[in-house]
Design a protein around this ligand. Structure first.
Ligand SMILES: Cc1cc2nc3c(=O)[nH]c(=O)nc-3n(C[C@H](O)[C@H](O)[C@H](O)COP(=O)(O)OP(=O)(O)OC[C@H]3O[C@@H](n4cnc5c(N)ncnc54)[C@H](O)[C@@H]3O)c2cc1C
Length: 383
């Protein structure tokens, strides 16, 4: 039976980043995904925020144009324009980015098993035996450590007896080209309780591609229908007459905050599987990369023989960062009366709420805590 130091289930951003980081450290890594081609069936819009763009080395050819403007829209048509002097957002060309990261992993010696389904795992003296299926053939593999980077609904979490996401929104979007850009690239955000209950509808135009989408609680709307109505609603601002549909994307987004139990001696959870998504913005790309980097640092110690290292992967310390964001989104989701929403929006256009809105969209605040392994010691000041 083939054996590896680490097996990672899921070659999304979280799995790929961890695979790269562990391979760089000399570990033997098996990366498994049910997709045969990582550039297919992408589910994310791919908006990277300034903090990620500054802290991680994402190749320019995998990123769209710079976006520095956000326009917020109320249902009745009030608008709030926010501008940043910094390069705040860039939409990832996710297919190209996944392929680029995969190549890096393979060049570093990682083994990629595409078109391969993770079926389950069991405890062994080595660590874990994985049961995989590729093209109808069953494969068993040994691994010292197992990582569940298998997305919002994680099978690995179940097998390892770790926590599962329970609170979700769903998002659906069309990626279009040939839509004229009027003015600067912009991220238009629409508060639309009917078309996006509990979340937002959006149009991101980065000069080349347009992402037109909506998200919300699955039980409260019909995503595909809402997207159609939304497209008509914004067709006065955007000329879709010559638009070409490149692809439709969509999927579940866990918005309950980081889960409590995301690690045990045989394995851990990463990215969406760990619930590492901002409950307010539903941004999961920055958390996926940051948590992968931290997990690699921790695993280097753990697999090197320091069994105490696991305790640093401590979700309860990170969960507090998410609490206020979780309640902010639940509060926003609960405001359904049109006049209250318009009044709230009017307040947003004036200080101090305008500054708060600026900080939600811009700045280096980030959707996930800065992680450093080992954790920095608190600085003591002599009085
Ligand atoms: C519509 C939508 C728009 C979004 N937009 C943004 C955005 O603009 N910015 C942002 O920051 N976040 C966004 N998010 C959230 C963000 O996309 C996710 O948080 C992030 O992609 C999670 O990455 P991941 O690697 O954890 O999981 P995933 O990208 O879901 O990767 C999981 C991988 O595991 C594989 N897999 C699953 N089960 C198995 C199995 N049994 N066997 C083998 N392989 C398996 C899957 O094929 C997949 O490749 C969006 C989400 C959605 C749904």
């Amino acid at each position: 039976m083939e054996s590896f130091d680490v097996a990672i289930i899921g070659a999304g951003l979280a799995g790929l980043e961890l695979c790269k980081q562990l391979s760089q450290r000399g570990f033997s890594v098996l990366l498994v995904d049910r997709k045969s081609d990582l550039s297919q069936q992408i589910h994310t819009t791919g908006i990277f925020v300034r903090k990620t763009l500054e802290d991680f080395d994402l190749p320019a050819h995998c990123l769209g144009g710079v976006v520095r403007d956000v326009r917020l829209h109320s249902p009745a048509g009030q608008q709030l324009a926010l501008h940043s002097p910094f390069d705040e957002f860039r939409v990832g060309r996710m297919g190209a980015l996944y392929q680029h990261l995969l190549e890096q992993c393979q060049n570093l010696g990682a083994v990629f098993s595409g078109n391969t389904h993770y079926l389950g795992s069991s405890k062994s003296t080595f660590g874990n035996v994985l049961h995989l299926e590729q093209g109808g053939a069953a494969i068993a593999v040994q691994t010292r450590f197992l990582v569940g980077a298998d997305g919002a609904v994680s099978s690995v979490a179940k097998d390892l007896g770790l926590d599962l996401n329970t609170e979700f929104i769903v998002g659906v979007e069309d990626v279009l080209t040939n839509v004229p850009l009027n003015g600067q690239p912009c991220f238009d955000v629409y508060l639309e309780p009917n078309l996006a209950p509990g979340y937002i509808a959006w149009v991101v135009h980065d000069g080349e591609h347009v992402h037109l989408g909506t998200g919300g609680y699955a039980k409260q709307f019909k995503p595909a229908h809402a997207l159609e109505v939304f497209r008509q609603r914004v067709s006065q601002q955007f000329d879709f007459s010559k638009a070409t549909l490149l692809e439709r994307r969509g999927g579940k987004i866990p918005v309950g905050g980081v889960l409590k139990r995301i690690i045990q001696p045989r394995g851990l959870l990463l990215g969406d599987a760990a619930g590492a998504v901002s409950p307010l913005t539903a941004g999961g790309l920055d958390p996926a990369m940051r948590l992968a980097q931290f997990a690699a640092q921790m695993l280097e110690q753990y697999l090197g023989g320091d069994s105490s290292a696991l305790s640093a992967y401590n979700a309860s310390a990170w969960r507090t960062r998410f609490t206020s964001r979780l309640w902010m989104r639940r509060l926003l989701a609960s405001v359904k009366q049109p006049h209250l929403l318009e009044l709230g929006f009017w307040c947003l256009k004036h200080q101090p709420l305008k500054s708060m809105a600026w900080h939600v969209f811009f700045g280096r605040g980030g959707s996930f805590p800065d992680l450093e392994y080992p954790a920095k010691k608190a600085v003591r000041y002599e009085l």
